[in-house]
Design a protein around this ligand. Structure first.
Ligand SMILES: CC(C)(COP(=O)(O)OP(=O)(O)OC[C@H]1O[C@@H](n2cnc3c(N)ncnc32)[C@H](O)[C@@H]1OP(=O)(O)O)[C@@H](O)C(=O)NCCC(=O)NCCS
Length: 187
């Protein structure tokens, strides 16, 4: 597995490894109630954002590496406008999971889709994964739409999968296989 990741370039965003200096940017959008609404985080505080950043930075020191936490950098402004990550669930089964978050004022411009596509390219081309999964709350229309746009298939609904703020929540599972992604990429 890769120990250091160079920039992953899209048209309007780049992904680079998260660093301690990203704390202010990450905390700013993490505590936004609209951004946090459908996440499975237990709290949406500065402490939770610090914990997320610490875990991302620690993951980069692991060998073999099992997770990659990226800052989503807007190329036009060089601002950190979100984060994106890949977690390797199983090395022998070449199975990973992806996730993404953008600050609210950058939504609905196709940037979430661009970030997710970069994650798939990284997962299949660089990490040699066979299957990449993503999960989301049913109410998270923007996220389910991103997963559809990048070619992921809906696989099912895990009922009462999460207890969030005292209420049981369902969880949707999506995936894409390497051959499906390559067929789309070559089209
Ligand atoms: C999920 C997220 C990253 C999507 O980012 P984004 O840049 O807005 O995504 P895109 O612009 O690429 O695509 C969003 C799609 O959802 C659609 N959409 C958004 N809100 C919608 C709504 N309320 N009803 C119907 N469609 C909606 C948009 O129209 C767009 O689809 P289209 O291209 O077919 O028009 C962003 O909403 C976010 O950061 N949310 C908070 C964090 C989060 O929930 N992360 C996912 C955890 S599973």
């Amino acid at each position: 597995m890769r120990s250091v990741v160079e920039l992953l370039h899209g048209d309007r965003i780049s992904l680079r490894e998260l660093a301690a200096d990203d704390f202010d940017a990450v905390v700013e959008y993490s505590v936004d109630e609209a951004v946090a609404r459908y996440q499975d985080w237990q709290s949406h505080t500065a402490e939770a954002a610090k914990d997320f950043l610490d875990r991302a930075i620690a993951a980069a020191q692991q060998s073999p590496r099992r997770a990659y936490g990226f800052a989503v950098v807007e190329r036009a402004t060089s601002l950190v406008i979100g984060d994106a990550w890949v977690g390797i669930d199983s090395v022998p089964n070449r199975r990973a999971e992806i996730g993404y978050t953008l600050r609210r004022d950058r939504w609905n411009r196709g940037l979430g889709t661009e970030a997710a596509r970069l994650l798939l390219a990284f997962g299949f081309d660089e990490l040699a994964m066979h299957r990449i999964e993503a999960t989301t709350r049913p109410e998270n229309v923007a996220s389910t739409r991103v997963l559809e746009k990048i070619g992921m298939s809906y696989e099912g609904r895990l009922r009462d999968h999460l207890l969030v703020d005292g209420a049981w929540r369902d969880w949707l599972v999506y995936s894409i296989l390497e051959q499906e992604w390559r067929a789309r990429s070559d089209a």
